[in-house]
Design a protein around this ligand. Structure first.
Ligand code: BES
Ligand code: ZN
Length: 635
């Protein structure tokens, strides 16, 4: 089964490769597995300087040293180039890289220029290299200490407190701060790496580790990795630290600092089942191993779907696996996102929306229908709340976004995308929908995709009649703002008990009983929906009865802190300060600072005092988010 599918995919790639060129010149197809690029106008990525239709990178070989003293990564990147016969140059992306030399495979120097830096937005500068016939180029370089993709942690910033730590975050366009290549999601590349690090640190990457590390005799070890499947370069990732591994199944396992490993293991012990559930839904897991690393709490996201090595925040650990939708989500990206990838970030819903739907299907299989329906209902509420805020027809609320319209939180790409898939499923039935989604993954495996492509695919491979096409409202869903009228709403019963408890509390102040037996989703629904204006006495009563400040679930704790700070509740400030000092996850940090900044003379000084202390400990992504928010206040 798997074999046949793989061969079919290669055939598609090879033929696509000869037809990919807009001007009709065939590109060489001798490289074993080169993914096609799309050349239609809506597939052209304005966040890259690369001109892949002229010359493109097909393979990256990194040979890098991690220097924890100077906080620098440096070494060489050797790129395989596939170029039109008459191509004179290749253009790469760079953001702050310090180039030492560029040569061809034989050591012959190649001319190059570093263009001017884009003013903002992290696009960086074009690195243009004269090819002079070269098929391989060797770039010797250093990444600066402030490379935005990288976060260097001092020993004090780790759980163990003894060794430094380093991790990278590539999505969306950060990898150009440490890897000189064509940094666009539509330009897939295979890669390999040799990474050296001081003992006793271990290194993991989003590729398969090759053999045992080699002792270099100088206090350092070399680790080798291979990713033999073409991936978009934002998925190249690395972490190094004092970390240990524990298997959760024959092909799954988890890395974490020794003092975190037990808690991490307990939380993700279901992973093998999640992978099996995903495979039953949409076909074989094609990447070999599925491992995870639970990072230090400064990791700016909940999770990142780095192939064969999902990166996770430790803040999802609740002791009861109630936040494991996160694991299902990052796993689902092994199909939606990593196999079939948005060609441009404006079509991010193809990654995140399809994944959020897929996540919910995995949750349903492994944790049951009730939990899945509750999580879907939270997602739906987020869409409605966001549309109420920005306007039901605001331009940024279409799934397909051209231009650089900032995505509106997670409500559109994630939740509207999720509900689009759900609506299709309910309209045509699970069996037909699942068959369609599976063929979408199979037929576009290891290739980029666009909104237009999935629209055409739905019309060809799902829709059976003009009447059905109309009923599905495909064009409205993908290209038009707002929420189409045929949306498959969540089951109103999903939160019947909670919503009654909200009404009772809002009406007569009755605080619910049995709180500790409520699911995390139920607790979140309650905190999301109770009246926003609370007196100090009301907050104290709520906290006393429900133990909110002592919850083991950071999602619930976050909602409590947000509510408390929005009501200028002094007793919550010390805990908020601790939370903001220990955790760097942008989804928690940014809104808490935003709430404080909204609280005038009470909140602003608190926000500024805490941020002055915590800013340096945040990853560049989180820092940029909070900086923006503080700057808004100045301006
Ligand atoms: N790919 C995203 C993380 C991401 C998004 C990084 C945009 C950079 C830019 C990841 O899969 C994700 O969606 N993470 C969510 C988890 C979730 C919705 C369960 C997160 O980090 O909160
Ligand atoms: Zn995601």
């Amino acid at each position: 089964m798997y074999r046949a599918a793989t061969l079919a995919a290669i055939a598609v790639l090879a033929s696509a490769c000869t037809t990919m060129d807009a001007e009709g010149d065939a590109m060489p197809t001798d490289t074993a597995m080169v993914s096609p690029i799309l050349t239609t106008p809506e597939a052209v990525d304005d966040q890259t300087y690369a001109q892949p239709q002229v010359a493109r990178v097909t393979h990256v070989a990194l040979d890098l040293d991690l220097d924890f003293d100077s906080q620098r990564v440096g070494g060489t990147a050797t790129l395989d180039v596939l170029a039109k016969p008459d191509a004179e140059k290749i253009v790469l992306d760079s953001n702050g890289l310090m180039i030492r030399s560029i040569t061809d495979g034989q050591g012959r120097a190649l001319k190059y220029t570093m263009g001017t830096m884009a003013n903002e937005g992290g696009k960086g500068a074009p690195l243009t290299i004269m090819l002079d016939g070269a098929k391989k180029i060797v770039i010797a370089y250093d990444a600066p200490a402030d490379a935005e993709a990288l976060q260097w942690l001092t020993p004090e910033q780790t759980a163990g407190g003894k060794y430094p730590y380093l991790f990278s975050q590539g999505q969306a366009i950060l990898n150009r701060t440490w890897i000189p290549t064509q940094d666009s999601p539509g330009i897939r590349q295979t890669w390999e790496a040799r990474i050296t690090a001081p003992k006793p640190l271990d290194v993991v990457m989003s590729g398969v580790r090759q053999g045992e590390p080699e002792d270099l005799g100088n206090g350092r070890r070399a680790f080798r990795f291979v990713m033999d499947k073409p991936v978009p370069p934002y998925l190249i990732a690395l972490a190094a630290g004092d970390i240990d591994f524990r298997a959760t199944g024959p092909r799954t396992g988890v890395w974490a600092e020794p003092s975190t490993l037990d808690r991490a293991y307990n939380e993700v012990a279901d992973t093998e089942q999640l992978v099996e559930a995903a495979e039953e839904l949409y076909g074989d897991y094609r990447w070999g191993r599925y491992d995870m690393i639970v990072l230090p709490p400064s990791f700016p996201y909940g999770g990142m779907e780095n192939p064969v090595m999902t990166f996770l925040t430790p803040t999802f650990i609740a002791g009861d696996r109630s936040n494991n939708g996160l694991v299902a989500h990052e796993l689902a990206h092994s199909w939606s996102g990593n196999l079939v990838t948005n060609a441009v970030w404006g079509d991010g819903w193809l990654n995140e929306g399809v994944t959020s739907y897929f996540e919910n299907r995995i949750v349903e299989k492994v944790y049951g229908k009730k939990r899945a329906e509750q999580e879907a209902a939270l997602a739906y509420a987020n869409i409605i709340e966001t549309l109420n805020e920005v306007g039901a027809d605001a331009p940024g609320t279409a799934l397909h976004n051209d231009g650089d319209g900032e995505l509106i939180g997670s409500a559109i790409a994630y939740d509207k995308g999720h509900f689009f898939m759900r609506t299709l499923e309910r309209a045509v039935g699970r069996e037909r929908f699942d068959a369609w989604l599976r063929q979408w993954f199979d037929n576009h495996a290891f290739q980029p995709a666009t909104s237009q492509l999935i629209y055409d695919d739905l019309r060809t491979n799902l829709v059976r009649s003009p009447e059905e096409a109309k009923q599905l409202m495909l064009h409205e869903w993908i290209f038009e703002p707002g929420l189409p009228s045929n949306v498959a709403k969540p089951d109103p019963q999903a939160f019947a008990t909670v919503d009654a408890a909200v009404a009772a509390y809002a009406g007569s102040g009755t605080i619910p009983t049995g709180w500790n037996d409520w699911s995390a989703a139920e607790q979140m629904r309650f905190l999301d929906n109770i009246p926003k204006q609370r007196t100090a006495a009301q907050l104290a009563a709520l906290n006393d009865a429900l133990g909110l400040a002592d919850t083991g679930n950071n999602e619930v704790l976050f909602l409590w802190l947000e509510l408390a700070l929005a009501n200028r509740y002094d007793p919550a400030v010390p805990q908020a300060e601790t939370f903001l000092s220990e955790i760097g996850r942008a989804k928690f940090v940014r809104p808490l600072f935003a709430v404080l900044m909204d609280q005038g003379d009470w909140g602003k000084p608190i926000a500024k005092r805490i941020y002055a202390k915590t800013r340096d400990s945040y990853h560049a992504v989180t820092r940029a988010g909070v900086d923006r928010l503080m700057a808004k206040d100045e301006g």
